[in-house]
Design a binder for this molecule. Structure first.
Ligand code: UGA
Length: 445
């Protein structure tokens, strides 16, 4: 198929590269000239494992990039993969995606054939049909349900494993009204569905074959809500293990042993049970706030989700109150290990390191921070603290340390911790269970 994708962030670029890998001809449309040049030259404009290889294979060939919206006319389907940031009240700001929808519609005005527009961005239920579809229809002069079809296909990629998540998804969700829209979406993702009759599923001799990806075909509002429900559930799951972890701590119980045991219950599941300093990133905080605000706007008070957010907001302060039990932080030199919102990325958006460092500064501590890749990004948020170029340098001369991101390399810090002025460590991620010879305290164990 011929596909265009508006927006070359980590979702848009990963989608573009994977669809090219499936054999489709893809055009990426972005306003940023350097992003377009990268894709044309076969270079990944964002860092994601595996993306460089796909871009090197298809960039400038099956995958083209342009700043010119008119190129969408040569395609059958356009995905809108533009950012939907939160405003100060937590509501999603649809300004960027509406502008993209308008430019797309203007370009489609000169196209005769039916076009399918698919919203990939995370938007609250109703946005696709009530806001974006009318914008495309007005600008293009096309008629919805006739020569303009609209769909919603949410994304469940994680940063740091986006390519692998797209190539091996747990599910595909297609929201649409018309059978013609579903047909195009099925065809686009056919290589993942592999539901052709030419193999016998009962034959287990080919143990390597991946199970067929479940496809959920549903309404557009349902597809929009599935994305929010997915993220709200996962964020709340982590907040619940954090709340249970705080209770465990009060009882002198190891929350990780408890989590391992409850995770054996299929109804609970073993994933996303790591308690600690909380969730961050560009998605969970934004999506939970947007859902809470949208629910409230609609007249429903979402108490449980609200509490999931406040439990998350409290965890960094809980980490620091454990530190307070060991030393007077005022005037102390405290090392902060880990600045990225999770390991494997240099993204510091909503990282729990930010409130942790702010709490230390409020206590008049002197902060020295280290992260293997995210220090430069954190410097833009917090320019006035000290940044070390290794964990050993950060710990050298420190009175205490807190662990905020579970980078593997922190698990090997033994001599470095012992060499601190007064070896007190509060671990917010359980990089190890305990360390002999130093005061090593876990947030939830
Ligand atoms: C998340 C979802 O996992 C994706 O499915 C979704 O597509 C994406 O948001 C999105 O909406 O775009 P991501 O933000 O990349 O992906 O990060 P996760 O790996 O889910 O981690 C989120 C946060 O939860 C991190 O701060 C992590 O440290 C924390 N976490 C995760 C825990 O504290 N404990 C856990 O057990 C798991």
């Amino acid at each position: 198929m011929r596909v265009s994708i508006v927006g070359s962030g980590y979702v848009g670029t990963t989608l573009a590269a994977c669809l090219a890998e499936f054999g489709h001809r893809v055009v990426a449309v972005d306003i940023d000239e350097s992003t377009v040049a990268d894709v044309e030259n076969g270079v990944a404009p964002v860092h994601e494992p595996g993306l460089d290889d796909l871009l090197a294979r298809h960039g400038g060939d099956r995958l083209r990039a342009t700043t010119d919206y008119d190129r969408v006319r040569d395609t059958d389907v356009t995905f809108l993969a533009l950012p939907t940031p939160c405003d100060a009240d937590g509501r999603i700001d649809t300004g960027i995606i509406e502008a993209g929808a308008r430019s797309l519609g203007e370009a489609l005005a000169a196209k005769d054939d039916t076009h399918l527009v698919v919203v990939k961005s995370t938007v609250v239920p109703g946005t696709t049909e009530d806001v974006l579809a009318p914008v495309v229809a007005d600008a293009s002069g096309k008629t919805l349900g006739e020569d303009l079809l609209v769909g919603m296909n949410p994304e469940f990629l994680r940063e740091g494993s986006a390519v692998s998540d797209l190539q091996h998804p747990d599910k595909l969700v297609f929201g649409a009204r018309e059978e013609r829209a579903f047909e195009r979406l099925r065809e686009l993702y056919a290589p993942l569905r592999d539901d052709s009759d030419d193999h016998d599923d009962s034959d287990d001799s080919d143990g390597d074959r991946e199970p067929e990806t479940p496809v959920v075909e549903t309404g557009i509002r349902e597809a929009e809500m599935i994305k929010y429900a997915n993220n709200a559930f996962l964020a709340s799951k982590v907040s619940l293990v954090n709340e249970l972890g705080n209770v465990c701590k009060e009882f002198g119980v190891d929350a990780y042993e408890v989590a391992d045991a409850i995770g054996l219950d299929d109804r609970i599941g073993a994933k996303f049970l790591r308690s600690g300093v909380g969730w961050g990133g560009s998605c969970f905080p934004k999506d939970t706030s947007a859902l809470v605000t949208a629910a409230r706007d609609a007249g429903y008070e979402p108490e449980l989700l609200d509490t999931a957010i406040s439990v998350n907001d409290r965890q960094p302060e809980r980490l620091l109150s454990l530190l307070d039990d060991h030393l007077d932080v005022d005037g102390a030199r405290v090392a902060v290990l880990g600045l990225a919102f999770k390991p494997g990325t240099d993204d510091v958006r909503n990282s729990r390191a930010i409130p942790t460092i702010e709490g230390l500064l409020d206590r008049d501590a002197s902060v020295v921070a280290y992260d293997p890749v995210a220090a430069e990004n954190m410097r833009a948020h917090l320019p006035d603290i000290e940044y070390a170029d290794s964990a050993a340098t950060a710990l050298d001369g420190a009175d205490a340390a807190v662990v905020v991101t579970d980078w593997d390399e922190f698990a090997a810090l033994d001599d470095e911790f012992e060499a601190m002025c007064s070896p007190v460590v509060v671990d917010g991620r359980r990089i190890v269970t305990r360390r002999e010879g130093i005061e090593y305290e876990g947030l939830t164990w």
